[in-house]
Unconditional design. Structure first.
Length: 319
């Protein structure tokens, strides 16, 4: 078990060993918690996420406006993957003494632009002194309960379900590696890394079509597949040649784009399981595998009929 998961398990065991008794529908460990709402009866999705200088971004490569955008976008991604609609954000920012007013305006502009893009509102926060720039965001989302009364979670995958993803995989990692090499010519890849855009429209359609198992791809495809296996107690099989990989990634990294698609974090695409979907949604997603038996929590990668062993180097915060 990696150290981050060990920390999360400690928190779960101490903070919410009986979360259902206090009115939570989904507790710590998914993309967001789902809690009972007010007298009108609507549950809320609540999450928080932080980005830290030299851990999640480097100011040599990021504009402050893009840093601000990303701090909101990653929380939007968590909220929509549960089936909710982002509504409110609180934003806490850590700055050093020398942080310039002009840069701060750019940072806040990026935060505002992203919240406006998803029709959400910044309602508060805090500013503290810090050696490194960090932004910690908490988000609240509402559900549109028309035809269903539950959110999308990681623990509802069933044997026989197909595994679907949105967008392309590995582009953000391709952009990150291009920036490290000072190669700014890979504009598509660099843009995917610097300014992620969660797919709210597709998330709403998945929710309205009664998809139960969904998560966002923040720590990489393989890491999120592990989360689904462990939460749903299933095994699964992935057809590597079916993974959606952009021409830009293939051209820029012709020798290892498969492993980049499997490992690459911060794509913020949707990963979900389903039995059936209408054609207008199927045309916008890629089916990459299938849920297998209950139990062993194994992930099998296949490439053109043979077993494939990817070089797994997933993102871990504490390594």
């Amino acid at each position: 078990m990696d150290k981050e998961k060990e920390f999360i398990n400690i928190i779960k065991n101490i903070v919410d060993p009986n979360y259902e008794a206090v009115g939570w529908e989904i507790g710590i460990g998914d993309d967001a918690a789902i809690v009972k709402g007010d007298m009108d009866g609507g549950p809320l999705a609540i999450c928080s996420d932080a980005i830290v200088e030299d851990v999640h971004f480097n100011i040599d490569h990021y504009s402050f406006r893009n840093i601000g955008w990303k701090s909101i976008a990653i929380n939007v991604s968590d909220i929509i993957s549960m089936g909710a609609i982002p509504k409110y954000f609180t934003v806490s920012i850590g700055l050093n003494r020398e942080f310039r007013i002009e840069d701060f305006k750019e940072l806040i502009t990026g935060i505002k632009e992203c919240s406006d893009e998803f029709n959400a509102i910044i309602v508060g926060g805090d500013i503290v002194r810090s050696d490194k720039l960090f932004i910690s965001v908490s988000a609240v989302g509402f559900f549109d309960w028309k035809n269903r009364k539950r959110g999308m979670t990681r623990n509802d995958a069933l044997p026989g379900d197909k595994i679907g993803v949105s967008g392309f995989l590995g582009d953000s990692l391709g952009g990150f590696l291009s920036l490290q090499k000072n190669n700014n010519e890979e504009l598509h890849l660099v843009s995917k890394h610097l300014k992620p855009y969660p797919n709210l429209s597709l998330a709403r359609r998945l929710f309205s079509n009664n998809i139960n198992c969904c998560t966002d791809i923040s720590d990489g495809l393989n890491a999120e597949l592990i989360n689904i296996c462990e939460s749903s107690n299933v095994s699964l099989s992935i057809e590597v040649e079916n993974m959606p990989i952009s021409h830009e990634l293939k051209n820029a990294f012709p020798n290892n784009y498969f492993d980049m698609a499997i490992n690459g974090g911060e794509d913020f695409e949707l990963l979900f399981t389903f039995n059936d979907l209408p054609k207008n949604i199927l045309d916008q997603i890629t089916v990459i595998g299938e849920i297998k038996e209950i139990g062993s929590n194994q992930i099998t990668y296949n490439l053109r009929g043979d077993k494939y062993s990817p070089n797994l180097k997933q993102w871990r915060h504490f390594e």
